[in-house]
Design a protein around this ligand. Sequence first.
Ligand code: COA
Length: 532
Amino acid sequence: MTIIRSTLDTSSETFRDGAATMTANLAALDSASAEAVAGGGEKAVARHRQRGKLTVHERIELLIDRDSPFLELSPIAAWGTEFPVGGSIVTGIGQVSGVECLILANDPTVRGGSTNPWSLKKMLRAQDIARENRLPVINLVESGGADLPTQKDIFVPGGAMFRNLTQLSRAGIPTISIVFGNSTAGGAYLPGMSDQVIMIEERSKVFLAGPPLVKAATGEIADDESLGGAAMHARVSGLADHYAVDEQDALRLGRRVVARLNWHKAGPAPRGDIRPPRYSPEELLGIVPSDLKIPFDPREVIARVVDDSDFDEFKVNYGSSLVTGWAQVHGYPVGVLANARGVLFSAEAQKAAQFIQLANRYDTPLLFLHNTTGYMVGKEYEQGGIIKHGSMMINAVANSTVPHISVLMGASYGAGHYGMCGRAYDPRFVFSWPSARCAVMGGAQLAEVTYSVSKASALAQGKPFDDEAATMQRDLIERQITAESMPMFMSGRVYDDGVIDPRDTRTVLGLSLSAIHSAPVEGTDAFGVFRM
Ligand code: COA
């Protein structure tokens, strides 16, 4: 056992200042989350209830095992866009009849549960998570289909939703749809592509075209029930496999279907010796300084996240800007890569590449804790081969087949974001702390680069250079880039799976690792050519 010895000074000004900033950011996150939970607003929810319907969160709560957690994904999707926060759909991982399932549930109170570009991104991300981690999928369907005014952004890419469902099925991952209301046109293929379908008496409506469209297309006069009601589908078309009398009954039937899947997780079970960290997770609030230029020791984070604060470091004296080592989270072994002083040098990149190879040999998932401004620039470092070495690290992370989880704690800039397994490198899950910043580079640096480039360009062409205007422009750009690198903005674009309270990190990682172990955990020895 190698217990981390914490030297955190919780009475320091840096800690208190960091905690105050984090608390303020968490309050902003809370209000965004509350906006998502409020769905379409009081009026729409009241109308929904008057119709005797459960809200989307109530449906999920009744579906999952009593008092079990629900790991909600992308809860503030669409934040910072013109669409309602949440993306008109709730997605997440919950346990149903003892089986971890990926749940996708339309929120019918938001524009009739119609799918806008952000709902689509969120759905496709959830389906990816189901596929990569082998999680059975349960769709709680009640949607007006495509958000018609923005159909141009979703109609063509939206086809993937249905393709994914049948491909999940082909991969042996069960897919179930419970239809609570409308599932029209394209939406009809959600139940159509699912392995098993539950419909509700006088509630479910599944047809390719509703009565007005049928009349216009063929002249036929038909009513909702005979075109696509639950009774018709259960007795005549055969699209419904199970006929429920009300919403509660449908959720009960959903739980029975899952109970009969005979589902087994394919990954190794957690080890039994699970001890909490020896230091309080409350202290995670103040570890990241409010000024990201001030470095912090990620071992202080690791000490408050991993089992028993037990961490065996690898290459402790080499490439010290990157901490690497082995630990366990809720009984699951992990290899940790954590940035220490922001910049990645050649030594850090080589150390990371070797460590990632080792994790693949040992079939051990990897946890990336981001606080990096990227790879070191400058003549000395270019001549020392920083491009080759950074490429080695990116090669290792891109080809590694053990599951990866990324947590953006602080900066996650430039190619450092890629080397540390940013979103494009397919981490199984990626979460951000409210203190994270993610962009091609920091706002001030980016603004300075655009200022210098425009000045050099004007001078080269012999044109006059208006320094005052360019300086104003620089400040504007800095503000824009800083705003766009904030975690709520990134999460709104579904570039992560959620912004989390740092104090919840261990719980979120435990739930993620448990979901990950639904699939086999297998490393590889096949990487691209490492340029030495
Ligand atoms: N795109 C954009 N907005 C939609 C929408 C869609 N597909 N479906 C519904 N909405 C909006 C409505 O305009 C309304 O907005 P408002 O509150 O600003 O007036 C809100 O969602 C609620 O719709 P409403 O019809 O009042 O709710 P409802 O519960 O009585 O009916 C539906 C819901 C989904 C059955 C009904 O709206 C409907 O049939 N929509 C169109 C379905 C369709 O043909 N989709 C195309 C499929 S590809």
